[in-house]
Structures are given as C-alpha cells and as structure tokens.
Write a protein that binds this ligand. Structure first.
Ligand SMILES: [Zn+2]
Length: 169
C-alpha cells in the first residue's frame, strides 16, 4: 500500500520515466488507484507519481476541484507549453505538510497527455488549473516547491523543512 512521500525522500528528486502502453498498464492502474486514495485522504488539488513512490510520468487532479480541466483528472506522459504573463500565487504541496509559499507561474499552459486508457488529449488551461498543471509537471522532473520559492522564504521555513525531512526518513 503506497503512502504519501514527504520531502527528504530520494524518489522526489528523480527524473521520471515515461510510461509504456501495454508494458506498464498494470503498474499504471494500481498506481492510479493508490494515488486517488492518497489524494482523497489529504487536502490537496493534485498528486504526482513520485509522491506515491513511483518515478513515472503521471499526475492526477482531484475529481472535485472545480478546476476547468475539461473533465480530465489523469495526465499520463504529459508535455506542456507555457503561455501568457507570469503570475505570483500561493502554492502548497502534499509532500510539504503545512508549507505554503508564493510561486511564479505562467498564467496559461497547453498540456498534451494521455488519459488512463491511453487516449491522447490536448487542453489549454489558464488560472489555478494552469498553476496546478505546472506544479505537478515540475514533480516529474524532480523539481519541488522548495526550489520555486524565494531564498528568503526558504530561510524562514528552514526549521519546518528540516522537521519534514526528519519525519520522512
Ligand atoms: Zn507537489
């Protein structure tokens, strides 16, 4: 049974590998089940594969976020293109319990991905949905909230981050 992976564990820093149709179908289905369970049990908008302990290219959005994601909640092997101005906004992350920080993100994102049945789709998303996609996409490259926040904020959160690291090991 997979559980939420906290900051400090190596898998969060790995570069994720793409999933392969056929070969990875069982892994994907079981992983998605676990990811949905983890996300439902926490107060988060989205979750990426490494946060469930698997360095593979998939992330999910919660089913009741109300975000305009075209009805999509599963993003397999995503690619993104950014558009629009850069906007600062607050973000949290289930791998950083209790930590919130302002992060600069593009207002819009075009995401190309596959759903859980390997049907391809393309979406243009703006606003909070675009922020979610950029945050989760970061996870697939081993980039974390702590890398995106300002140096001052990171210093202010030093003790909290150390505590999460200790709890994660
Ligand atoms: Zn996150």
């Amino acid at each position: 049974m997979r559980e939420i992976v906290l900051f400090g564990r190596d898998v969060l820093r790995e570069k994720c590998r793409p999933l392969e149709p056929g070969k990875d179908d069982v892994l994907l289905q079981v992983l998605l089940r676990d990811m949905k369970r983890i996300l439902a049990g926490h107060d988060g908008l989205g979750l990426a594969g490494p946060q469930a302990g698997e360095a593979v290219c998939v992330f999910i959005a919660g089913e009741d976020t109300g975000l305009p994601l075209g009805g999509h909640t599963v993003f397999v092997n995503p690619g993104i293109e950014l558009f629009g101005p850069v906007i600062r906004g607050e973000e949290g992350c289930l791998s950083f319990p209790g930590v919130y920080a302002d992060v600069e993100r593009s207002q819009g994102v075009r995401v190309k991905a596959f759903d859980e049945h390997w049907a391809p789709f393309t979406l243009d998303i703006t606003g909070l949905g675009a922020r979610l996609v950029q945050h989760e996409y970061d996870h697939l490259g081993g980039i974390l909230l702590v890398d995106r926040m300002g140096a001052l904020k990171r210093r202010l959160l030093r003790n909290r981050l150390r505590k999460i690291r200790e709890e994660s090991c």
